[in-house]
Design a protein around this ligand. Structure first.
Ligand code: ADP
Length: 898
């Protein structure tokens, strides 16, 4: 019996309510039984026994009749009737009954629901208060207990009520844990189901794409031939239907990705003009074919480069424009773009697609964004569509953090409005963007091959014979010599003895797949194609392809079905230039969503950048590809960019006239923009800053670098050309393929070996820039003292003081700076100065030659930012001390040192 009850209580198939009802009622009955057993023999006993029998019966009947709510209510009523009687008969508050009131509350809250529970809860509260009130004011109603009995009853009740409540809580806990387990299990099952669904969709897409590839490819060959109008019409219809099928597959795939949370938004910097051109080129001709006017209004103030998911923005706009053309019989379709500035480097862009078509009925507007929902079916039955487009559009816009809305008047037209916020990459405005300036006429376009490369050798690897044939045929007009291999092993046999200029490799092949084959080619002993670019051919659509193929080392990828034009474009961009002869009419083919030749192939792997205060000659910066982020100089006239807007000489002239000026590092936003731009040219950036305790530049750059994965900021520990020395060192290492860690480690180590010491003529500028106190300035001026500023542990300190006229102290400074000639790396020296005359510079050079001649000496004018801090008549001898990590710096100075 107990086991049966236990099984019932833990049985998941029985509703939780019923199980709780059984448990709580049993507990209450057990409590009553205990009271009965342990109690004294009074009239109460009969009432109790009757109550237990009543409860048992009610429970059985209500479970059998499935009316638990009524059963529970009947038991609560009994308890409410019973408790006043036992309360007054059992000694009032000097007995064991008050604890049972607590149990009664628990019973009500567990077994009853909603309003009924609230009512009985209230009744129980009132009853408790009334019992206490009566017992207090009319003690004669209470059957008194002796003190001993009162203690005994109370202790018994406390223990019983406590034990029973604990059982209840333990059970609840157990239930909670069990339910938790079930939820976790269910979640796992749902994830597995999702995974299976995704797998199904992607393999379905793969399976369908392969035959469509053959259909589209061979159909294109038919269209290229000299055929009758009838045949051409049929072939064009086949082309249209295949493309429709393809759109459908892509939509389903996109939808399943969004649903499973796998759709990733990849923000990249892109050119707005390019984006609009591509969109216009795709839509304009469709509108014209339908006799519609296509209008374009682009706000000229929109920045020419933004950061956003270019592919998805294009997908959204093309979808809306396609719909506008589809659902408009006459009139026009208009694409308008306007932008609104949000703070320094962010814009809110509004794209609106307006048509004069059939519009959407008001009652249907809420449903048009639902998946698989086509509204006004009767009217639209002749228009192709699946009802997926707008659903994907809305979800993509939301994923990009934007908003979409629609405004439509039935029979009059619709306007879809999309808002997206994006970062500005280039402040340059796009300017006038007109339709005439951008559209490319494609009407009646007859296929013309874009290039010929009869000397080029190409290998196509695919296990599907049809695919091999399609690619060979599509490229036949380019006269490329094409070999084919139907497996990875066959490919390796060919690459062992034959050099190819490009390899097209299918991804999914039995035995050895495309990725394994690529790795085998790269490491093939004696193979002739170890460094040949390989393009992946894939029937798996999806944005994750890009990452996968790039990571594995492919030079690009092409999604099947492959169109002739895209295939030619991809092969042309990979083949060595000298093998390609462009055909006369050929325009640069566009590379669209389905083909991607990785930018990475063209991006350098590691770039070293720094701030404008590095004081390096332009020739060296150019030679080592060192980009600089400009500092600012603030004067009474405003804020200027270091060097480009304010030259050092202008700055010094301004100071000579009593003007003020001080330098300011780039803001975090400036650095963010700078890094984003550099990352379009390099995969990794190391940015070397001025000593971190001298300016805020380091902290701002570190803050900005947090927004990027591949930007590392290092404190040079120095400034001016001594910082430039460490930048040169790092750039040299990067050029020689050192890793990011190696370069960063070396720059940190070099801090100790670089000598940074400047001597200044007078301390006015330093005092104004807050580098020294006013008292020190007065002292220096009065005693004709010239401080020598040195950098230690990224801090600027006064190293020593030279006494006398400036001309006199130059000698002392040079001698001291070069006194340990044996420890000086004599290959390169910067004499960096601000506001020095020719004669003084000659004198300094003469002294250098005398004390410690260098192989290369650069006379470098300090940047305006540095000049503003040290003032005129300052210079420093900046060089490196010998160190174990010495590399050939003379190689670096291939430039124009004297
Ligand atoms: P479909 O494949 O049917 O075009 P969409 O999701 O793109 O699917 O659109 C859903 C429905 O919204 C369409 O069936 C159509 O009734 C309506 N619709 C979308 N765009 C327009 C428009 N520009 N003008 C009128 N109706 C539209």
């Amino acid at each position: 019996m107990i086991k049966k009850w236990r099984d019932i209580i833990f049985d998941h198939k029985i509703s939780l309510r019923e199980r709780m009802f059984r448990l709580v009622t049993c507990i209450s009955m057990i409590a009553l039984i205990f009271i009965l057993i342990l109690g004294r023999f009074t009239a109460n006993m009969f009432i109790m026994a009757g109550s237990i029998a009543y409860m048992y019966l009610v429970m059985r009947i209500s479970i059998r009749k499935e009316c638990i709510n009524t059963g529970a209510t009947a038991i609560v009523v009994l308890l409410l009737l019973l408790f006043p009687v036992v309360f007054f008969a059992g000694g009032g508050i000097y007995g064991g009954v008050p604890e049972w009131f607590v149990l009664c509350f628990i019973y009500i809250s567990i077994t009853l629901k909603g309003k009924r529970m609230a009512v009985f809860f209230l009744l129980c509260t009132i009853e408790t208060l009334v019992c206490y009130y009566v017992a207090f004011h009319y003690p004669e109603f209470v059957l008194p207990n002796t003190t001993g009995q009162a203690y005994f009853d109370s202790a018994r009740s406390v223990i019983l009520a406590g034990a029973l409540t604990s059982v209840l809580l333990l059970f609840q806990n157990h239930l909670y844990e069990e339910e938790n387990q079930v939820t976790i299990q269910q979640k796992k099952e749902i994830e597995e189901l999702n995974e299976t669904e995704n797998h199904f969709f992607s393999s379905m897409s793969h399976e369908i794409r392969t035959p469509i590839n053959t259909i589209i490819g061979l159909n294109e060959m038919i269209l290229r031939g000299d055929i009758s109008d009838d045949l051409a019409e049929n072939a064009r219809n086949i082309q249209g239907a295949s493309k429709m099928l393809l759109t459908l597959i892509n939509d389903i795939l996109d939808l399943s990705k969004i649903k499973s949370g796998k759709m990733e938004i990849v923000n990249v910097s892109y050119e707005t003009g390019e984006l609009f051109s591509e969109i216009v080129n795709m839509i304009w001709i469709k509108a014209r074919e339908k006799g519609l006017e296509f209008r374009l209004h682009v706000d000229p103030s929109i920045p020419s480069m933004l950061c956003g998911d270019e592919v998805r923005i294009k997908q959204v706009l093309i979808n809306l424009l396609n719909n506008a053309v589809k659902y408009t019989k006459e009139g026009s379709v208009t694409l308008s773009v306007r932008c609104e500035r949000l703070g320094l480097n962010r814009v809110r862009v509004w794209y609106s697609v307006e048509d004069t078509g059939q519009g959407v009925k008001k009652e249907n507007i809420p449903y048009i964004f639902d998946a698989f929902k086509r509204v006004d079916e009767k009217k639209n039955r002749h228009i192709e569509g699946t009802g997926l487009g707008l659903s994907i559009v809305r979800q993509l816009v939301e994923l990009m953090g934007g908003k979409i809305s629609v405004n439509s008047v039935y029979m009059n037209g619709s306007t879809f409005l999309v808002m997206l916020e994006q970062d500005i990459i280039s402040e340059k405005e796009l300017g006038a963007f007109t339709l005439a300036s951008r559209t490319k006429v494609r009407e009646g376009e007859q296929y013309k091959h874009s290039f010929e490369a009869p000397d080029a050798h190409l290998l196509v690897v695919d296990d599907n014979e049809m695919n091999l044939m399609v690619v060979s045929k599509l490229l036949s007009d380019t006269k490329i010599q094409i070999d084919t291999a139907s497996s990875g092993n066959e490919c390796l046999r060919l690459t062992q003895y034959q050099h190819y200029d490009c390899i097209l490799m299918d991804h999914l092949m039995p035995e050895m797949d495309g990725i394994e084959c690529l790795h085998a080619i790269h490491s093939q002993p004696g193979g002739l194609c170890q460094t040949v670019p390989v393009i992946a051919l894939t029937a798996n659509a999806g944005s994750d392809n890009q990452q996968l193929y790039r990571k594995e080392g492919f030079s690009g990828y092409l999604a099947k079905p492959i169109s002739g034009a895209l295939l030619e474009a991809a092969v042309m961009s990979i083949l060595p230039r000298e093998l390609v002869q462009l055909s006369e009419e050929a325009s640069q083919s566009e590379i669209g969503k389905d083909v991607l030749i990785f930018e990475q192939a063209k991006r350098i792997s590691l770039m070293v950048t720094t701030d404008s205060v590095c004081d390096l000659p332009d020739s060296l910066k150019k030679e080592f590809g060192i980009y600089v982020c400009p500092y600012y100089i603030c004067t009474e006239q405003g804020r200027f960019l270091d060097n480009s807007e304010l030259l050092a000489d202008e700055m010094l002239a301004h100071m000579a006239e009593g003007g003020q000026g001080f330098s300011q590092p780039p803001d975090v936003e400036d650095y963010e923009r700078f890094f984003a731009q550099r990352l379009t040219e390099a995969q990794n950036v190391i940015h070397i800053t001025m000593a971190k305790h001298v300016s805020n530049g380091y902290h701002n750059a570190v803050e900005a670098a947090k927004s990027f994965e591949n930007v590392t900021v290092v404190d040079s520990g120095h400034l001016s050309s001594s910082m430039g020395l460490s930048v040169l060192y790092a750039a040299y290492m990067a050029e020689n393929h050192a890793s990011r860690e190696e370069v960063v480690g070396t720059v940190k180590r070099l801090r100790r070996y670089i000598s940074s010491a400047f001597i200044i003529d007078n301390t006015n500028a330093m005092c104004r820039a807050g580098q020294i106190s006013r008292n020190v300035q007065i002292l220096c001026d009065a005693l004709l003292l010239h401080p020598v500023i040195v950098l230690r542990k990224s801090r600027m300190t006064v190293g020593s003081m030279e006494l006398g006229s400036f001309h006199h102290v130059i000698k002392g400074y040079v001698r001291k700076a070069l006194k340990n000639a044996r420890n000086i790396d004599r290959r390169i020296l910067f004499i960096t100065y601000a506001g020095m005359d020719e004669k003084s510079l000659e004198y300094i050079q003469e002294l250098v030659r005398q004390y410690c001649p260098f192989e290369r000496v650069y006379l470098q004018k300090a940047s305006s930012a540095i000049a503003s801090n040290c003032g005129p008549g300052s210079f420093g001898l900046l060089f490196m001390k010998k160190n174990e990590a010495s590399i050939s710096l003379s190689e670096m100075s291939r430039g124009d040192g004297r």
